[in-house]
Design a protein around this ligand. Structure first.
Ligand SMILES: O=P(O)(O)OC[C@H]1O[C@H](OP(=O)(O)OP(=O)(O)O)[C@H](O)[C@@H]1O
Ligand SMILES: Nc1ncnc2[nH]cnc12
Ligand SMILES: [Mg+2]
Length: 223
């Protein structure tokens, strides 16, 4: 059955897994999707709950004060990987998208697979010096450090529809720089799509298109 959530609900979901034990608070759905369709079906929520159980957290990696969210267990298990794609496909339903743009490196883990399922092209945004030919570049700050992204000129036909995908929305620095590149390259951003967002960093406020995240995490900074 498909549920339409218009009032939002709070689900407290606890578990013990990996190097730390923790409680995750799922914030009200109508607060999590202010820019996009306020709908998360029962099936998507079920898939999200299952995927979340597989994640691991590593305190103080890669530097002091960062609680690192490790998504790699999803990709080590074909059943979980399929469930991740199923959740994104259910969310995107009838959307006609020309290109999925994935961000190096972790956006490459599922971006091409999602693109194939949607019959869309895949275009990479890469770290500097990796792409041949003329490129557009943008520098940015992220949760732990600074970086530069590049996209090849001419790869997005003017006016093409694009969904930008990555594993995690932290400060929003990476996604916002990628969005700048896609827009400069001529693409129209339909949505930013992530596996998880770190709520305390409010990265979605930096993004100027609808944002979808399957999971929410870290209501507060690591103490
Ligand atoms: O919202 P932000 O603060 O910008 O942080 C999010 C980004 O940080 C990580 O990438 P990172 O470049 O650290 O590593 P990766 O190469 O493994 O993807 C993550 O995969 C996101 O791309
Ligand atoms: N806390 C975090 N865990 C995993 N990847 C990240 N990228 C930026 N912040 C991160
Ligand atoms: Mg990344």
């Amino acid at each position: 059955m498909t549920g339409v959530h218009t009032t939002g609900c709070k689900i407290i979901h606890g578990w013990r897994h990996g190097p730390t034990s923790y409680i995750s608070t799922w914030i009200p759905i109508n607060k999590r999707y202010p820019l996009t369709k306020n709908i998360m079906s029962d099936r998507i929520q079920e898939l999200a709950g299952e995927l979340k159980l597989s994640l691991k957290k590593f305190p103080n990696f890669p530097s002091e004060g960062i609680l690192f969210e490790d998504f790699l267990p999803i990709f080590a298990n074909p059943d979980l990987f399929a469930k991740l794609l199923e959740a994104f496909k259910l969310h995107l339903k009838d959307v006609k998208v020309d290109y999925i743009v994935g961000l190096e490196s972790r956006g490459f883990l599922f971006g091409p697979a999602l693109a194939l399922q949607l019959n869309a092209g895949f275009i990479p945004v890469r770290k500097p010096g990796k792409l041949p030919g003329p490129t557009l570049s943008a520098s940015f700050q992220k949760e732990y450090g600074s970086d530069v992204f590049e996209i090849q000129e001419g790869v997005i036909p003017e006016g093409s529809t694009v969904i930008i995908v990555d594993d995690i929305l932290a400060t929003g620095g990476s996604a916002s720089a990628a969005g700048e590149l896609v827009t400069k390259a001529g693409g129209k951003i339909l949505e930013y799509l992530f596996v998880m967002e770190l709520d305390f960093l409010k990265g979605r406020d930096k993004l100027s298109a609808p944002v979808f995240t399957l999971l929410s995490g870290q209501p507060e900074k690591l103490k």
